[in-house]
Design a protein around this ligand. Sequence first.
Ligand code: C2E
Ligand code: MG
Ligand code: MG
Ligand code: MG
Length: 294
Amino acid sequence: RAKKLGQSSYQIFNPSMQHLASQQLQLENDLHRAIERKELQLHYQPIFSLQTQTIEGFECLARWNHPHRGVISPSEFIPLAEETGSIVPLGIWVLQEACRQMKDWQHQFPNSAPKTIGVNVSGKQILQSDFVAQIEHILHETKIDPHKLKLEITESVLIKNTEAVLAVLHQLQELGIKFSLDDFGTGYSSLSYLHQFPFTTLKIDRSFINSIDSNSEKLGIVRAIVALAGTLGMEVVAEGIETGTQLAHLKVLKCQYGQGYLFSKPVSSTVAETSIFQNEAYSRTVTAKHPTAH
Ligand code: C2E
Ligand code: MG
Ligand code: MG
Ligand code: MG
């Protein structure tokens, strides 16, 4: 069979591939120790109310400061962590750090702390038998209001183990935790998921937003998603807003919330604190001008 496919198929494993494989192996080993070595860090990206332009919450995004390779993106190390099982300790660390940070912000900004903190969780994490107990423990330790914790889950997680995931989400819902359906529109989700699962928020994937101003079909899809969310009583967040034109379109469509480079890239906690501080002052002027906006 290999012969039929031609010459190239003889080189199934060439030296450069071997190099790649050993690099991958090295990265796996490194990732395993990254938490202990404190090489992981959370960055925070604000989510804005599009109507008032004030901060509603933050999404936590993991960063890995690798000692030799510099900053590695989560799109590279999260899939690796899922494959090797490191996602379990990594995910617990992210949840702890996110809740600890939220607690800290509540202390620093008693009247203007962000309302929610979003944490991305993967399917492997959710299906760990002690996932609910771990979250309960973290909530107990940090004493943050469970309503402030929003777990971001992608459609693909729901498709694989629908019943098992649903059971866990219901337990977490009872604790008061909220859920966002992340990257909405990219998966294969049937619309039936939306009312079957306890999501409070829909996050419209960036791929719909980035061509909203040039592609009337995308605009139509976004309009339909916003309407659907409204019908189901869900909040809606547009991901990846990069231009003023995109923002203008979303405001016309009455999309409630947005996130993207136009407002802010994911930033360190120190930089996030500066924006919470500025937001506090800004909120006061917004409230003074439009007393009903809040
Ligand atoms: P996501 O949850 O959909 O996060 C949004 C991604 O879009 C982030 O990439 C963010 O930096 C990026 N982004 C935000 N605004 C813009 C924009 O205006 N333009 C563009 N081009 N990109 C924008 P990031 O930080 O590289 O994370 C990638 C993915 O990795 C996340 O997608 C999430 O699925 C996953 N991830 C990140 N942190 C964690 C984590 O702690 N746990 C798990 N399980 N997954 C994580
Ligand atoms: Mg997310
Ligand atoms: Mg997303
Ligand atoms: Mg994503």
